[in-house]
Design a protein around this ligand. Sequence first.
Ligand SMILES: [Zn+2]
Length: 422
Amino acid sequence: MLTHYIEAFKTGSMKAHYNSQIDWVKDIGPTVETNIGFIETYRDYLGTKGEWECLVAIVNKERTAKFGALVNGAKDFITELPWDKSFEKDVFTPPDFTSLEVLTFAGSGCPAGINIPNYDKIRINIGFKNVSLGNVLSAKSGNEPITFVSEELQDLYNKYRVESFEVQVGIHELLGHGTGKLLMQTGENEFNFDIKNPPLGLDGKPVSTYYKLGETWGSLFGSLAGPYEECRAESVAMALVTNRKLLEIFGYKTKEEQDDVIYISYLSMCRAGLLAMEYYDPKNKKWGQPHCQARYAILKAYLDAGEGLVKLEYTKDDFSDLVITVDKSKIATVGQKSIEEYLQKLHVYKCSADVKAGSKFFIDQTTIPDEILKFRDVVLSKKLPRKQLVQANTFVKGDKVEVKEYEETELGMIESFAEREA
Ligand SMILES: [Zn+2]
């Protein structure tokens, strides 16, 4: 890979860069991940000119071990989910997912994940890497308050914010996207399920729909497929975050600690659902971001569960003091029941190719009613400016590599850039 890079940068050869990317894709799960080139075309209005980017990222070994344990225990966790084995694959195959920590991402911005190379021929014939950048996702300034969370909970929220997010991402990516069996016709008269005795659907009767030859999840559900599947994965995360064996894998051994992680997971999911409204266009009743639509759907499911599980509380007419409250004592009962019921529907509609009922169900759930939409303005008004990340540099001193980090100030930011040049 490096030899090809050197040739590409010395001669400008695209072919050499292309070849470097083949070697990069084939290098599976390295401890240090690096990629360089004119990669993404987002900033060119013609979508052709790639922008320079260079990243160095490192495997978080602790997190990788936890995710590995999650995959090993998948069989047991999956049986806890609200569907029987007729809607589940015989063998669990975890999706390709790596979580790294960025050391440096040089470019005009730093993404939360990368999915490259963009050379289509390589993607189709050899493959690509799907990498999440953990420390970008969890980055937060030390002095920014958490909006819509009450004063008393700020400390607890800050304490478990990153931890509960790690648990949620792990379940979402591995058990969320990794679960489910699509009922399919696989040949002229062949099916991957018993066509004479199909699995029972939500109404207790055998399902009557399935994926016919040539039909796929994407071709049937169209533009809803993305947000719908994100919602299913996110719901799996919420349904399993209360599983204490699973929390033990992530290092939470005491009941008290586990309760705190569960509580903050609920609170942060509901907060994400509220903030998500930014990406909703009230005029056309359309969503602009799949993950946001998914999180709003879950907030709505919890609100609809009633019994005081989740409340949006305020005293002022302009909602400027709006806070989300979660009743901790109702999580194991009302919360668990509501998310399982919601997830079961999403899952069965998807697996049985019931595009009619599934689409209606999901669109109804994510069309924001006036009594919630009224909070959209205050969500927008409290939106923070786009984050700037102060990045570390490394220096070779003798036979050692030293890491230098910078202050979370404007000066720190400038120093980091200046010393990177040196
Ligand atoms: Zn996802």
